[in-house]
Design a protein. Structure first.
Length: 313
């Protein structure tokens, strides 16, 4: 298969976001390109984004839900995460309502957590940062989330009770994913130091390719690490971790190279990567079928390798 064969396959995606990111991330088309503009507009009018938003209440949450966290993975928190992954327009009033609703529900809990100098639930706070910062940048509660993330990264690499009080790589990567939305020029020295320490934890203190991060005595490395998954929620895998590291321009780190080798080796002869969607039956069906998951992971893997200088498109 030639380069254009698998690129054309990506550009034939029913999901506008895949088409948009193929044009911008892989083909380096500028924002003013007519095809890019069409794909960007279509994100909000066709496919999964309008389907998910159609179920949002006027108050900004999703019904029926037991809380913003349950049921997984269709309640408000998870829906907002998916909309961020789908590059929904953060200036859209519905996205802003969803972000404000989540801050209304979660900020008081985090304030208590912070006052008691607790750590944990790093995945939750990091994921909220990812979708709330672009949509509600002027909300005075958001700096608290950033401050907590810095503290959490620097006081034990996101220790979590669910991981027996050990550092949690899933939580750490999700925290980084949230912080990555802050432009490099706007990151304080303390934030930069926290990010740098987290990158060293992932790539120097441990092996990303082996995912040999702390687990309780007798515990095992989760098999999810070694699959190419989309979407993930509080979880992470090697693919998602490389995506996040790419946002910090950290793919040239020596510790990233074995994981990049592994990712390159997973590519099929047809130029595509085979993906998995372990939570597809529990989230929005509008994300598409198995072929659309293959497109997602192919797009993401190709972009990572392009960023790392290992793939020409």
């Amino acid at each position: 298969m030639t380069t254009m064969d698998w690129i054309d396959w990506l550009l034939a995606a029913p999901t506008p976001t895949i088409r948009y990111l193929t044009l911008t991330d892989l083909l380096a088309r500028p924002a003013e390109d007519a095809e890019v503009r069409r794909a960007r507009r279509a994100i909000m009018t066709d496919g999964p984004v309008p389907a998910i938003l159609a179920e949002q209440s006027p108050e900004g949450h999703w019904e029926p839900e037991q809380s913003y966290y349950t049921p997984k993975y269709v309640s408000t928190h998870w829906s907002m995460m998916l909309l961020a992954e789908l590059h929904a327009d953060p200036t859209d009033a519905r996205i802003r309502r969803g972000a404000t609703y989540m801050l209304d529900k979660a900020a008081a809990s985090l304030a208590r957590w912070q006052a008691e100098e607790e750590t944990g639930f790093s995945c939750l706070w990091g994921n909220i940062l990812r979708y709330a910062l672009p949509a509600a940048a002027d909300d005075p509660r958001l700096p608290m989330f950033v401050d907590y993330a810095i503290h959490d990264l620097q006081s034990g690499h996101c220790r979590c009770k669910i991981n027996s009080g050990l550092a949690c790589a899933w939580g750490l990567v999700r925290t980084l994913w949230g912080l990555a939305i802050i432009p490099a020029t706007a990151r304080s020295p303390q934030l930069q130091a926290a990010i740098a320490g987290a990158v060293e934890f992932l790539l120097a203190d441990h092996s990303l390719a082996a995912a040999n991060y702390p687990v309780p005595d007798g515990g095992k490395i989760h098999s999810l690490w070694f699959k190419l998954n989309f979407p993930l929620f509080y979880q992470t895998d090697i693919l998602f971790t490389l995506r996040t590291l790419g946002e910090f321009d950290a793919l040239d780190h020596p510790g990233a190279q074995p994981a990049l080798d592994r990712l390159a080796g997973q590519r099929g002869k047809n130029g595509r990567w085979r993906g998995s969607s372990p939570y597809r039956s529990r989230t929005w069906s509008a994300l598409g079928d198995a072929e659309e998951i293959q497109r997602w992971v192919t797009l993401q893997a190709a972009h990572i390798l392009k960023q790392a200088g290992r793939l020409e498109v």
